[in-house]
Design a binder for this molecule. Structure first.
Ligand code: PHE
Length: 467
């Protein structure tokens, strides 16, 4: 078992990932989540399918992936929390504030993420205990609306989701996160493949595949590019220090360009596979591919109600989606816990409890403000020329502003504070060649294309909102 990091006599040694594959699976577990299966298909659906996917791929390859590799390097070099790692690399400078912004972002993301994870859990329970028989085309939307606009139920399931997250994190990186990721991630891929087979073999499925892969650039505007950038950051879990934190628990051997590309490749593959799982079924049943956020919670249950073996398929789908959400929630909360442990010497148990409770302060209001009819749905907050409810504000704020700004700061940190020599040596890993063309290519992208891309898309996207 590897013990990574600063073991001091007064503090427990940081018990890190024992195996390389454990780290990779945990990072993939972080990346693959509601972003891939819930958000990606509906955002692609609203933005014309393949054309959006194309822009999304560009954002992943040229912006989010370079930032991901940078985050891995910062964490592995620092061997501390997102806040502490910046301090280790550039002592006496204010760059650690980037890590602090990340901790704040974690609260914002988890507030709405845990609510949606709770919905997933609810639907898994519906599948397991009563089936989707009543979720007909006509009724499915009403069921979903009544559920999310309720009071006790959505909060109850949100609490369960947070409790599950806390229950894993409390056992630490090796005993909790690595162990769970190693079992759940392969299981997730397996269930997903079965579901894709089911979807693709439905009569009329081909139309969905054609729709998914035939680009319609007419639907693409500035807003779509802004959406794609936020989606890329969110889906790869970059911009808030989640990947810094995970990498801080790993030892020096591997080449981070390879690891980063593997994680980004798997994450993107899962997003596209989620499309292949959902759209053939949507078309086979003559539903609307641009169903918005309700695609997974309204459209799919009504498909399950009509499909042969729909109850089994539907229950497996929501159970799988909960697993994906859980491994992501773990990676959102762990940076907060690691920060308390590393920077303030709080023990892991209390640190986990405190941060789990703190998440609810923002999480419960978000959960209760999903739509205008929800208990807190009438509270509207001004945002760039319009106004948003609490749930939508948390979602938009984190995706479109906080993650890209966090990513931008990391690029600037690489360019102006850490500089190429140190960063390249870290990315190469022990025995690797810091002068290789891949590594130089990465650094060049991380300090030019990525930050410029972020600034341009952010500024034009925000101007577009205000106009
Ligand atoms: N990547 C996760 C998903 O797609 C969400 C996430 C965002 C996780 C930011 C960690 C940090 O669902």
């Amino acid at each position: 078992m590897s013990v990574a990091g600063n073991a001091s006599p007064t503090r427990d040694p940081r018990l890190g990932f024992a195996t390389r594959i454990g780290f990779v699976l945990a990072a993939v577990g972080s990346a693959v989540g509601l972003g891939n299966v819930w958000r990606f298909p509906y955002v692609a659906g609203e933005n014309g399918g393949a054309a959006f996917i194309f822009i999304y791929l560009l954002c992943v390859a040229f912006v989010a992936l370079p930032v991901l590799i940078g985050e891995f390097a910062i964490g592995r070099r620092g061997q501390r929390s997102a806040v502490g790692s910046f301090r280790v690399i550039s002592p006496g400078t204010p760059w650690w504030l980037t890590g602090l912004l990340g901790v704040a972002t974690a609260f914002v993301i988890l507030s709405f993420y845990s609510a949606v994870a709770g919905w997933v859990l609810h639907y898994a329970m519906v599948g397991a205990f009563s089936g989707f028989g009543e979720y007909t085309r006509e009724e499915s939307g009403a069921f979903f609306g009544a559920f999310i606009e309720g009071f006790g139920q959505p909060v109850f399931y949100q609490l369960l989701a947070v409790l599950a997250t806390v229950g894993v994190i409390v056992f630490g990186v090796h005993g909790g996160i690595e162990r769970v990721s190693k079992v759940l991630m392969p299981a997730l891929f397996f269930v997903m493949l079965l579901l894709i087979l089911r979807s693709l073999t439905l009569p009329g499925a081909a139309e969905g595949i054609v729709w998914l892969f035939r680009p319609d650039f007419g639907e693409i505007g500035l807003g779509s590019v802004f959406d794609a950038l936020g989606m890329a950051f969110f889906s790869l879990s970059v911009g808030m220090g989640a990947m810094i934190t995970y990498a801080s628990y790993v030892s020096r051997e591997s080449n981070l360009v390879t690891t980063g590309t593997t994680v980004a490749g798997l994450d993107t593959a899962v997003a596209i596979l989620a499309g292949l799982m959902i759209f053939p079924a949507v078309f086979a049943f003559g539903m609307d591919p641009a169903g918005g956020p309700g695609l997974v919670f309204v459209t799919l249950p009504s498909i399950f109600s009509e499909m042969p073996a729909g109850r089994l398929v539907g229950t497996a789908f929501f159970a799988m989606l909960f697993v994906a959400a859980l491994t992501s929630m773990i990676s959102i909360l762990e940076p907060v816990v690691t920060c308390l442990v590393d920077e303030w010497s709080v023990r892991r148990g209390p640190a986990t409890t405190i941060s789990g409770l703190a998440i609810l302060v923002l999480g419960i209001p978000a959960c209760l403000s999903v739509s205008p009819g929800a208990p807190l749905g009438q509270i509207m907050i001004p945002f760039f020329g319009g106004s948003l409810g609490i749930f939508d504000l948390m979602d938009t704020l984190s995706n479109k502003l906080m993650l890209p700004i966090g990513g931008l700061l990391m690029c600037l940190f690489l360019a102006f504070s850490w500089k190429s020599r140190g960063a390249l040596a870290e990315v190469a890993g022990t025995g690797g060649n810091p002068d290789s063309i891949w590594l130089r290519g990465w650094f060049w992208m991380a300090v030019t294309v990525a930050p410029l891309g972020i600034v341009i898309i952010l500024v034009t996207g925000l101007l577009d909102l205000v106009r």
